[in-house]
Design a protein around this ligand. Structure first.
Ligand code: UDP
Length: 356
């Protein structure tokens, strides 16, 4: 088979790394990078570190509003689908690249396989939720990380074939976390000691585009009772500058502000953090897999199982709630929620059995 895979941003490079290897053992993959993330720190470093093959096509469509970006991607993908003539198109997660890849393929009658199908925050104000729902309903093959995701699709009456494959990020985490855990030098390089700091990430539009909420994030970091490492996403950096909060953050005692980190370095810092505070979907899961308590700076999450097991707490961007959640104890039990690390192989098997 010939598969055309569309990726565009940081978490998609991680997810594609789990599938590309097993896929290329038996099939041809044409990799398209939309350019949604274009900084070296958010893109190239993941290709280098995770052994993801070089993209065959780079669309360089990284700027503009969600709508404009999606529209330009659709326009660029249509002729590419014509010239590549794939048997199926593979998309990941919930970004503009996911929706554009899915819609462009479905419009041409090419079957779409969606990895991470069925995830829901039930919050339609999130651009990611719109992308997820729409992509699921135009996909022929819905590859779910969990049983709960497949139930969401059943409830919505999604037309495609649903297969629970497990979470592809687990495949990557299982490979990289043991290698990263031994790299305590990467923690010391930031002037930190293993187990004695909080790791923070934040970049969701709902948090950083609103200057009041962004101000609360800065207050939270100032008030945490332990050293903080905050690798700042470019979107967040721009909003901090625009809101006049960058200097205040830079001078906050105990807060180490840095650029976005490569996957190995970030994973080392995650594995040895005392607590993780984040609005990232992927980081919530990776914290669970590493056995690190998480505080989610959102009112909801797609990864509810991490909350139900007590390893994750929803604090929204409420400073008092987040501080209390960061100080809580976590349970001893940590059941396997997201599969056994072989999701990538199951994705390939499901694509092979696609009946069309
Ligand atoms: N990540 C990283 N360096 C960082 C921050 C995050 O390598 O400085 C990784 C993280 O381990 C996870 C992914 O990026 O695999 C999450 O990406 P992001 O938070 O941008 O997306 P989301 O998961 O929220 O869609």
């Amino acid at each position: 088979m010939r598969l055309l895979t569309v990726v565009g941003n940081r978490p998609q490079f991680v997810k594609a790394a789990a599938v590309s290897g097993p896929l290329r053992e038996r099939h041809e993959e044409v990799l398209v990078h939309t350019g949604q993330h274009y900084d070296r720190e958010l893109s190239q470093v993941f290709f280098d570190e995770l052994g993801l093959p070089k993209p065959d096509h780079h669309l360089a469509l990284g700027t503009g509003s969600n709508t404009a970006q999606t529209a330009r991607m659709l326009e660029a993908l249509e002729p590419l689908l014509g010239s590549v003539a794939p048997d199926a198109v593979l998309v990941y997660g919930d970004t503009n690249s996911t929706l554009a890849g899915g819609l462009a393929a479905a419009q041409r009658g090419v079957p779409v396989a969606h990895v991470e199908a069925g995830m829901r925050s039930f919050d339609r104000s999130m651009p990611e939720e719109l992308n997820r729902v729409l992509t699921d309903h135009l996909s022929a093959l819905l590859l779910c990380p969990t049983q709960a995701a497949s139930q969401n699709l059943e409830r919505e009456g999604a037309a495609g074939e649903v297969v629970v494959v497990g979470d592809v990020m687990v495949d990557v985490a299982q490979l990289v976390q043991p290698r990263a855990r031994v790299r305590t030098d990467l923690i010391e390089a930031h002037g930190l000691r293993p187990g004695e700091y909080a790791l923070v990430t934040a970049h969701r539009a709902g948090n950083v585009d609103d200057s009041v909420r962004l101000g609360r994030l800065v207050e939270l970091l100032e008030r945490l009772d332990r050293p903080v490492l905050f690798p700042v996403h470019p979107r967040t950096r721009a909003r901090l500058d625009a809101a006049g909060l960058a200097d205040r953050l830079a001078s906050a005692e105990g807060v180490h502000v840095t650029h976005p980190l490569g996957y190995l370095e970030f994973t080392a810092l995650l594995c040895h953090a005392d607590v993780v505070l984040t609005d990232s979907g992927g980081v919530q899961k990776e914290a669970y897999l590493a056995g690190v308590p998480c505080v989610t700076l959102r009112a909801n999450t797609e990864w509810m199982e991490t909350v139900q097991t007590g390893w994750n707490a929803l604090a929204d961007l409420d400073v008092e709630r987040a501080l209390a959640a960061a100080a809580r104890d976590v349970p001893v039990q940590r059941p396997q929620l997201y599969g056994d690390g072989k999701a990538g192989e199951r994705v390939v098997a499901a694509i092979e059995s696609l009946s069309y």
